[in-house]
Ligand binder design. Structure first.
Ligand SMILES: *[C@@H]1O[C@H](CO)[C@@H](O)[C@H](O)[C@H]1NC(C)=O
Length: 298
């Protein structure tokens, strides 16, 4: 009998330990990184700084969510290594109970559509020439093309509170909702219609109206509030518009955060990531992570 009770005690203790372990492992962290533009070395540096990967490029972020907001290609020569890294991280994150969210940038769409104006000679050479590079980007048969076609959406809402897109959202696009935007983008890729409205100037991979405050400061904030209400989010995060300051752009009380800080050497090799921590009371703590440390934004 005593033996039974002590076994029971061990079993109960064991269960409690497992529960404690689960609770402490459940992640409450989201990390977002903007435009990488074929710069593998600086991509590694930023992801290490944000504690997403170790020095060998392996996922160390457990159940965290890593969002990359598109434009992993063009202007640099490390396209192959950058997409291999993203592909590896998706698998490793998923095995650890975490997630990698990849979004389409205008440069992904350009490369899928054969618009190679921003491809460097060195990058083409790294594939073994233009024909081999084109083959790699084929959406049916190429390893990068298939990866982007199958795993990249045009917009994403994480945990119900934060909208991510490569470029700026507009009120008209927001009204369609994210599922319809993702479906339209996917259909356009499928049909090889790279000039569909969703892929043009005012669509979510090209628009800069918010980052540039085209409507003026207060009207831009009204537009941002309107988009927040339509999509039921607290904030929106975009890349696309490079900040020469190397710091994230915050507008309208952190309702809009621009995270293209120019990570690639072409834009200054600046390092920054955005971190969102879920607090127990349902609020979020949003910070920018820089080499000099973390800056709490809100
Ligand atoms: C893309 O978005 C749709 C809905 O908006 C979702 O069902 C799908 O799982 C997403 N795909 C990926 C690869 O995240």
């Amino acid at each position: 009998m005593t033996r039974f009770f002590s076994l029971l005690a061990v079993a109960v203790l064991g269960l409690q330990l497992i529960q404690v372990d689960r609770a402490s492992a459940a992640s409450n962290r989201i990390v977002a990184v903007g435009d990488i533009h074929s710069d593998y070395k600086n991509a590694l540096a930023v992801l290490q700084m944000a504690k997403i990967i170790d020095s060998k490029g392996n996922w160390i972020a457990g159940q965290d969510t890593f969002v990359q907001t598109g434009d992993n290609v063009d202007r640099g020569a490390g396209t192959i290594d950058v997409y291999k890294l993203l592909q590896n991280l998706r698998g490793q994150a998923s095995a650890a109970g975490g997630a990698v969210i990849n979004l389409l940038g205008n440069h992904e769409v350009m490369n899928l559509g054969g618009d190679l104006r921003y491809v460097t000679k060195e990058d083409t050479a790294s594939f073994g020439g233009a024909t081999a590079r084109k083959a790699a980007w084929d959406m049916q048969t190429g390893w990068i093309g298939k990866f982007v076609y199958n795993s990249f959406n045009i917009t994403h809402i994480q945990n119900g509170h934060t909208l991510f897109s490569h470029a700026d959202m507009s009120v008209d696009w927001a009204k369609k909702g994210i599922d319809q935007m993702n479906a339209l983008a996917h259909k356009a890729l499928k049909d090889k219609k790279f000039k569909e409205p969703i892929f043009t100037t005012y669509g979510p991979v090209w628009n800069r109206d918010l980052a540039k405050e085209e409507a003026g400061e207060s009207e831009t904030c009204e537009v941002i509030e309107n988009i927040k209400q339509i999509l039921g989010v607290k904030r929106m995060i975009s890349g696309h518009t490079a900040q020469s300051s190397g710091k994230v752009l915050t507008l309208c009380g952190n309702s809009y955060i621009g995270i293209d800080v120019g990570i690639t050497a072409y834009y200054g090799a600046n390092r920054a990531a955005l971190e969102i921590i879920e607090n127990n009371d349902g609020t979020q703590t949003v910070s920018a992570i820089y080499p000099s440390g973390k800056v709490i934004l809100s």
